[in-house]
Ligand binder design. Structure first.
Ligand code: BG6
Length: 506
């Protein structure tokens, strides 16, 4: 397994994995279009994929391989320019077979196709099944994979590796359904074969939280409740629910973003240092801290959370005109361990806000320095901003003396920006995650236990919210959210530190 220095210095290309067949169910869907095919092409064009790499694409539409390749060409072109010679070779690896995984239609053709590829290449292929399909049919899809023995892998040669399965969030709608899903999966696949994607963990800057915290001696001594006053974790989006109204209206911001992305960011910010850089060790430490998050009581939920909907949400496509689903969520949490006791963590997310930004801001305690008392009335706290996206970087707010003959202190910002410090384009989250599945590294994927623990935090909140407590607030599109969110933090004697939309804007 790789250690942190290796991870930071060497991309996963050091190990390209063996001959592989990637089977994508849902190959005509949004995820395939926006993320999977562009990422695969990029990896292919950088020569990072295994020499033998067959893509078996499948969906309900009745295509054959050649017209489907033109569709893939367009999918990739929406994101990047293609090189003619690279594309021509890549296209040859894509083979389309119509099927319906949930309704068990034409699955045998896929099984036969994989066998044929293995016969042709005279070797067993590492089989990877990617379920890029609607969450409603995942359960049925897994059962049908089992029915056709897809989980058994290659049988025609010796030394076959166990097949891997990739599934996407949401992992259930609550603890119970997450456990049911896990039970179905475990009938066919062992934990080391299951790759559960939370694509935030594939983001370069999210991984950098690790390097920043554990690779710099400077920060670890102050990374605790003695110095940190509170932490604000924000994922703001300026987009609406777009074409995903049906899914979103049944899900809401709490389940869509807080349960997974935000709790993962919280865990990475607060976890103890893993003993080694292995999937097990990292997962163990993350799980430990997620377990230590205090579950809110009914009364606390009313005073520690805000749910809100943007004006006109109910007029969006495929949204119930009487919907009470939140498009904004704010949750204040505490971690019950010695390092973080009494430090509030404000997790907030929303659609149709002022801008697109994901950031983690750690505000330090305000200390009144005797020495500066006469010219510094109001102490200006330091803070560290981990800017996950866009304009990825890290900002540190300090206090400095303003040049001049008098002594005046002012806040100043120090910035580290990826763009200027490293002249290397950042890989998309999906490139990193797909590569890790190919080489069999689970470090950046979720374990079932962490998912269950996260639901244990979210389910009680959902339940109280479903009883209309606290009242559903509204907010203006293009704002930073509802007034109720400002009131909540103001009651704590604090205020929002607006995410730095201008950080690293070069
Ligand atoms: C997804 C959510 O997990 O993350 C979407 O389902 C959201 O609602 C998306 O838009 C945001 O991802 P990113 O990478 O654009 O921040």
């Amino acid at each position: 397994m790789r250690n942190s220095a290796e991870i930071i210095n060497n991309p996963p290309s050091v190990n390209r994995g063996g001959p592989t067949a990637l089977v994508i169910f849902g190959a005509t869907g949004d995820l395939s279009r926006k993320r999977i095919f562009p990422a695969l092409y990029k990896l292919y064009s950088q020569n990072l994929l295994p020499q033998t790499f067959v893509i078996v694409a499948s969906a309900r539409s009745q295509h054959t391989s050649i017209p489907f390749r033109s569709i893939v060409f367009q999918m990739i072109q929406e994101k990047q320019k293609l090189k003619k010679d690279v594309w021509q070779k890549f296209a040859q690896e894509i083979h389309y077979f119509p099927s319906d995984l949930a309704l068990d239609i034409r699955l045998q053709t896929i099984a036969t196709a994989i066998d044929e590829f293995e016969k042709k290449s005279n070797t067993c292929l590492n089989r990877i099944f990617y379920l890029a399909i609607s969450p409603q049919i995942v359960q049925k899809a897994i059962e049908n994979l089992g029915k056709y023995n897809f989980h058994l892998g290659c049988t025609i040669h010796k030394g076959a590796k166990k097949p891997r399965i990739i599934i996407e969030k949401p992992f259930g709608q609550d603890l119970k359904s997450a456990q049911n899903l896990a039970q179905t999966l475990s009938r066919f696949f062992a934990e080391d074969q299951i790759y559960r994607i939370d694509h935030y963990l594939g983001k370069e800057t999210v991984q950098n939280i690790f390097a920043f915290r554990f690779g710099n001696e400077l920060f670890e001594p102050v990374w605790n409740n003695q110095y940190i006053d509170h932490v604000q974790i924000t994922t703001a989006e300026d987009i609406s629910v777009e074409k995903r109204g049906e899914y979103y209206d049944q899900t809401g911001a709490l389940r869509d973003i807080v349960q997974n992305h935000l709790l993962q960011l919280l865990a990475l910010t607060t976890m103890e240092e893993p003993e080694e850089f292995t999937a097990e060790s990292i997962r163990r430490k993350k799980l430990q801290v997620i377990r230590q998050i205090k579950k809110l009581t009914k009364e606390e939920i009313v005073t520690s959370t805000v749910r809100a909907q943007y004006q006109d949400y109910r007029q969006e496509e495929k949204i119930d005109p009487n919907s009470v689903t939140e498009s904004y969520a704010l949750v204040r949490l505490f971690i019950e361990n010695p390092r973080w006791l009494r430090v509030p963590f404000y997790l907030r997310t929303g659609k149709k806000l002022m801008g697109k930004v994901t950031s983690i801001i750690l505000q330090f305690k305000e200390k009144s320095h005797e020495l500066f008392k006469t010219f510094w009335q109001k102490p200006l706290p330091n803070h560290i901003t981990l800017q996950i996206q866009p304009n990825e970087g890290i900002g540190i707010r300090l206090v400095a003396k303003k040049p001049g003959l008098t002594t005046k202190l002012e806040p100043v910002d120090m910035e580290f920006c990826y763009k200027t410090s490293f002249d290397i384009p950042q890989p998309d989250a999906y490139e990193r995650l797909l590569m890790d599945v190919v080489i069999g590294d689970q470090s950046l994927f979720l374990s079932q236990s962490v998912i269950e623990e996260s639901w244990k935090i979210i389910d009680p909140i959902r339940e109280v919210w479903d009883h209309d407590q606290p009242k559903l607030a509204t907010y203006k599109p293009g704002s930073w959210g509802p007034k109720e969110a400002d009131d909540l933090i103001a009651k704590d004697g604090r205020q929002w530190l607006q995410p730095l939309l201008t950080i690293c804007k070069i």
